[in-house]
Unconditional design. Structure first.
Length: 82
């Protein structure tokens, strides 16, 4: 299954608890779109959150994020990794 990195901007000051809650909300419904979120990372000072997932499409990733209230600003394919 393809891998995607999505990016959320404007998340200035996000806390570890808020990041965990958002990630857990995604995990709770990810199966409905055949998505699996591997993890989430944040830079609270820059206001950026990154999520890595396996998914059938970028639209499937976006649908999960939209349903949990934190639409991604960008969704990028990750065709190579080491």
């Amino acid at each position: 299954m393809p891998k995607y990195m999505d990016v959320h901007h404007g998340m200035n000051g996000i806390t570890a608890d808020q990041l965990r809650e958002a990630h857990e909300a995604d995990l709770a419904i990810e199966g409905e779109e055949n998505v699996h979120f591997e993890g989430a990372w944040a830079d609270p000072d820059a206001g950026i959150v990154y999520c890595l997932s396996d998914a059938p499409s970028p639209d499937a990733v976006q649908r999960i994020h939209e349903r949990t209230g934190h639409r991604a600003d960008e969704v990028h394919p990750v065709p190579l990794s080491v």
